[in-house]
Design a binder for this molecule. Structure first.
Ligand code: AP5
Ligand code: MG
Length: 219
C-alpha cells in the first residue's frame, strides 16, 4: 500500500491526515497546495502565476499543475510511494496522472475520500484564518472553494469507485479519531470492500455531508 490519493473538500483534513499516513508508511506526503504556496513565498515564476488563482480560490490551470506534479513524482523519495493531497482535482488531471504512473509502470493502490459537514469545514477554515492567515481562508472564498470542489472534483470519485479504488472516510470528529480511520483504510486490504454504500447518500457522494438540498448549492 504505497501509492495513495487523498481527496476531500477544503478543510476536510487532507493535510493533517496525509502527514499521519506519510509518517506511518514512511512515504512522502505531497500537497499541490503546499508546493504552490512554497513557490509563491519564494517568488518563482510558477508562484507568480499560481498566486492570482489561489488568492481567489480558483484552480490553477491544469497545464501548470500537471507538469509540477510530474516533476515531483519523479524525485527519488516518491519512487517508492507517496500520498498525494489535493491532486487530481479535474478530469484532465486524472488522465495526466494515469499517464505519469503508466510511464513508471506503477499503479495506484487506493483513493481515500474524506467526507465532512460543510458548516464544520467553514468553521475550521475560519479558525485557521485567525491562526495562520491563509489568504484564501476568507468566508466568501472558502464557499467558492467548496463550490469548485463539489462541481469539479467530487465527481472524480465515481471514476475511482469504478476502478475499485475508492474508500470513503468519515472526516468528522477529533483529529486522532479520523487518523485511526485513515490508517485502517490506508493499510487494511479489506477496507475497500467495507467502504460506505453510495446509494441515497447525496452528500457523501459529493464528499461532503449535508442535507439533501445540497452542499453544492449552498457552499
Ligand atoms: P490546498 O492547499 O490543497 O487547499 P484546500 O484543498 O482548499 O484544502 P486545505 O489545505 O484548506 O484543507 P485540508 O483538507 O488540507 O485540511 P487541513 O488538514 O489543513 O490548495 C490551495 C489552492 O492551491 C487551491 O485553492 C488551488 O488554487 C491550488 N491547487 C492545489 N491543488 C490544485 C490542483 N490539483 N489543481 C489546481 N489547483 C490546485 O485542516 C484544515 C484546518 O482544520 C486546520 O486548521 C486543521 O488543524 C483543522 N482540522 C483538521 N482536522 C480536524 C478535525 N478532525 N477536527 C477539527 N479541526 C481539524
Ligand atoms: Mg491542505
Amino acid at each position: 500500500m504505497r501509492r495513495l490519493l487523498l481527496m476531500g473538500p477544503p478543510g476536510s483534513g487532507k493535510g493533517t491526515q496525509a502527514a499521519v499516513v506519510a509518517r506511518h508508511l514512511d512515504i512522502p506526503a505531497i500537497s499541490t497546495g503546499d508546493i504552490f504556496r512554497e513557490h509563491v513565498a519564494a517568488g518563482t515564476p510558477l508562484g507568480r502565476e499560481a498566486k492570482t488563482y489561489m488568492e481567489g480560490g480558483h484552480y490553477v490551470p491544469d497545464s501548470v499543475t500537471n507538469e509540477m506534479v510530474r516533476s515531483r513524482l519523479t524525485e527519488d523519495d516518491a519512487i517508492r510511494g507517496f500520498i498525494l493531497d489535493g491532486y487530481p482535482r479535474t478530469v484532465p488531471q486524472v488522465e495526466f496522472l494515469d499517464e505519469v504512473l503508466a510511464a513508471q509502470h506503477v499503479e495506484l493502490d487506493r483513493v481515500l475520500l474524506l467526507t465532512v459537514d460543510v458548516e464544520e469545514v467553514v468553521g475550521r477554515l475560519k479558525r485557521r484564518a485567525g491562526a495562520e492567515g491563509r489568504h484564501d481562508d476568507d468566508e466568501e472564498i472558502i464557499r467558492h472553494r467548496l463550490r469548485l470542489f463539489a462541481e469539479q472534483t467530487a465527481p472524480l470519485a465515481a471514476e475511482y469507485e469504478r476502478r475499485g479504488l475508492l474508500v470513503r472516510i468519515d472526516g468528522m470528529g477529533a483529529i486522532d479519531e479520523v487518523a485511526a480511520r485513515m490508517l485502517a483504510a490506508a493499510t487494511d486490504d479489506d477496507a475497500a470492500e467495507a467502504a460506505e454504500p453510495t446509494s441515497g447518500a447525496t452528500g457523501a457522494a459529493l464528499g461532503v455531508q449535508s442535507p439533501v438540498d445540497g452542499a453544492a448549492g449552498r457552499a
